[in-house]
Design a protein around this ligand. Structure first.
Ligand code: NAP
Length: 494
């Protein structure tokens, strides 16, 4: 982590006419420009034969849809270059344009290449950047690369070898946008700045940890892509394992990028590998069938979605029990789950503490509950802490109470979104909140244990109706250990 200021930079954005750029990247760049006045110029790159003006209209529409005003000075910094990324000849003209903008804007040859493209192009573009001389520059060169990074360990290794033949590890920014979320970044502060938590953050006091990323959306227009991917690769390999690592890691010796990443790597290395036997017992593979969402909307099952084969065995839900075999966590189950078309959209980390040995305070009126710390990642951002206190009765009854802190309840103080943070970090040269290669490799290794076991045993999907919280096997996974999934609560905003 360091606080270098953002330097003048040429941003070469591949996939500039795509969905990610339109929904996330242009609003994020606008906010960075408005707040820091970083002198950058953007070259949008894609195949369609647009000119600069047509491209500016597109960026303009993105800003309008996202409620951004005063845009002209910002839009004038956008240029367009039409290119098929496979055509290595075409990069020469791109280099000329980049050099021209370097001179016009005084960018010092600093170049940030953002690959907002389908992953099969990542390697090709990187090699073509080198062959064209675009990466030979007087300033810095950095590569931001979208997910997914490979399809398995082998393809991730091959991709990594390719991109590392052009960019050094410190120049590569592998996006996991969960690492840009306020409350995911807050995990470290909550843990390491509060002795009341850090002193009990271990297997003596914590009985289990539950991490959920649930979505109410189905696969929509991404069905074709999703059917080749599934929830395990789309969500577990990256976001869920990253949140697990942040929740479980040791305090870093310094708040420096590599020290923090080193601690995350140690956790990923300590996760007990999955075997055929443990996959059968501890991993649930689910798929939604038709159902009714809490909003009342009836929705089709996954196999009825357009572009999904009617016998698809792709999982839209995964729940798993992990063990982190180290001194701090031995014996504490980490339950993780993610799914589409679930009853609520929510990302939460629930830390369940062990009960006191002999609790003399019971109640006939109130259910006894353990202490829980809930880190609300989205849609609410904040914390809640469930404790026990005296009930308002004449006896020594206890009742659960909740202390809450909401980070995003005030509309006025809305913080930066994940892409704004991450783009800002990459312009400053801070790669803390991006995944290092060894983190990616270890995550693939873990996930491959599951895919291999599923393949070997021909594991079928377990069905769950859309609008539910997953298949019954997911509840059984915790029930066997005497636990249950805690309801995904909202922070009381009143
Ligand atoms: P998309 O909407 O399909 O956009 C793809 C972009 O690539 C378009 O600008 C397309 O423009 C360009 N393109 C395709 N083939 C090309 C070629 N041969 N040469 C040059 N440009 C080409 O995809 P997306 O949803 O924005 O996703 C982009 C990346 O972000 C993917 O890696 C995805 O996994 C990742 N991602 C996306 C989201 C999201 O919310 N969308 C979220 C997380 C991660 P032309 O057709 O004009 O060439």
């Amino acid at each position: 982590m360091h606080n270098e200021t953002q330097q003048p930079t040429a941003i070469l954005l591949f996939g500039a006419t795509g969905d990610l750029a339109h929904r996330k990247l242009y609003p994020a760049l606008y906010e960075i420009y408005k707040k820091t006045e970083t002198p950058f110029a953007v070259i949008g790159i894609a195949r369609r034969p647009w000119d600069h003006d047509r491209f500016r209209e597109y960026v303009h529409s993105s800003l309008t849809e996202n409620g951004k005003a005063d845009r002209n000075e910002f839009l004038n910094r956008f240029y367009y270059y039409s290119l098929d990324v496979n055509n290595n000849e075409a990069y020469r003209g791109l280099k000329d344009l980049a050099e021209r903008l370097d001179r016009e804007y005084g960018l010092g040859g600093n170049r940030l290449f953002y690959l907002a493209l389908a992953p099969e192009f990542f390697g090709t573009v990187t090699l073509n950047l080198k062959a064209s001389g675009l990466t030979e520059t007087a300033g810095f060169k950095r590569l931001i690369i979208e997910k997914p990074f490979g399809r398995d360990l082998k393809s991730a290794e091959a991709l990594n070898t390719t991109i590392q033949s052009v960019f050094g590890e410190k120049e590569i920014y592998r996006i996991d946008h969960y690492l840009g979320k306020e409350m995911v970044q807050n995990i470290q502060v909550i843990r390491f700045a509060n002795p009341i938590f850090e002193s009990i953050w271990n297997n003596r006091y914590i009985s289990n940890v539950q991490i959920t990323v649930s979505e109410t959306l189905g696969v929509g227009e991404r069905a074709g892509y999703y059917d080749r991917t599934g929830a395990l690769l789309d969500m577990v390999q990256n976001h869920l394992l990253q949140m697990t690592a942040l929740t479980a890691m040791e305090p870093p010796s310094r708040l420096e990028t590599e020290d923090i990443r080193d601690e995350k790597v140690k956790v990923l290395r300590s996760i007990r590998p999955v075997t055929v036997e443990s996959a059968r017992r501890d991993v649930v593979k689910g798929q939604y069938t038709k159902g009714v969402l809490p909003s009342g909307e009836s929705v089709p099952g996954y196999r009825e979605e357009e572009n999904v084969p009617e016998d698809s065995e792709t999982e839209t839900f995964v729940a798993a029990k992990l063990f982190i075999d180290n001194f701090r966590w031995a014996g504490v189950p980490f339950y993780i789950r993610t799914g589409k078309r679930m009853a609520v959209k929510s990302t939460q980390i629930v830390i369940q503490f062990k009960d006191v040995p002999l609790n003399p305070y019971t109640s006939t009126f109130f259910a006894q509950e353990p202490n829980l710390l809930v880190i609300h990642v989205q849609p609410d951002e904040g914390l809640s802490l469930k404790l026990n206190a005296k009930a308002f009765t004449h006896k020594w009854d206890s009742k659960p109470i909740t202390l809450e802190y909401c980070n995003n309840c005030s509309d006025v103080l809305g913080g930066p979104d994940a892409y704004e943070r991450l783009l800002g970090d990459s312009l400053r040269g801070d790669s803390t909140n991006f995944t290092r290669w060894d983190e990616v490799a270890l995550s693939w290794q873990f996930v491959e244990g599951i895919t291999t076991a599923w393949k070997e045993t021909n594991t079928p999907v377990r069905f769950y109706p859309a609008g539910s919280m997953g298949p019954a096997e997911s509840d059984a996974l915790l029930a066997r250990d005497g636990f249950h999934w805690w309801p995904l609560t909202r922070i009381n905003k009143n």
